[in-house]
Design a protein around this ligand. Sequence first.
Ligand code: GUN
Length: 283
Amino acid sequence: MAAKILDGKVLSAEIREEVRKRVEKMKACGVTPGLAVILVGDDPASEIYVRNKGKGCEETGMLSRTIRMESSTTQEQLEAAIQQLNEDPAIHGILVQLPLPGHLDENAALAKILPEKDVDGFHLVNAGHLMTGTEGVLPCTPKGALYMIKSTGETLSGREAVVIGRSNIVGKPMAMLLLQENCTVTVCHSRTKDLAEHTRRADILVAAVGKAGFVTADMVKPGAIVIDVGINRVDGKVCGDVDFEKVREKAGWITPVPGGVGKMTIAMLLSNTADAAERTLER
Ligand code: GUN
């Protein structure tokens, strides 16, 4: 039987609607949540992401500000822009769009964002909170992916989860979140031997590789929950890391690309920004 589709459009709409209501309440108290996105250079994919983030803010009633900087921007200029936003009371969330041009130090830049305004959850303080299971800001993509996994209603505790990819943005935080749900977690990567041996055991399989069609049907356990984090472009068409048509015949649940995890990332970014604004109201 074909897999059930985990529809990012439907699931992200639930979150956006909840955020919209929270924004309305905050506005009634005189606070409009504000998100600032710093975009350095002119990477076309980043342009699209940033535009979608702005649209999401608009739809939920938040203030959105995009700071565009030349690809020749220096580290000092970037960090000065971050500092300005740290000090701006109208801005509750700051996001530096990655990747940055090669001459810039990503980790150093992210470290300059105030942890409470770090709506990406990339600051070392928030990474530490995730590692220790204490309250902090969770990275948007893994948070959105977990929401999708939970929406299946399946029990996660004790299940085998396999994450392909070990990036700081997706793979590592995804593994930590699944571990918190009491899954037995395996993280696979480019040096993993016999990858399919691992993936075939997965009740939950998360692919964050960046290669179109990388996960084939023979790598998937029948009935598995398959989460495709990939966004690849093949002949101008957007597709994920999973061979969707073949894998959907074998999996129990699957996320499409487009219309899957990507929608959830933006919804969680809006939710994290609403959280950050609510924290200023509580103070
Ligand atoms: N580039 C690709 N994904 C992301 C993300 O989640 N946040 C930021 N800041 N940059 C990205």
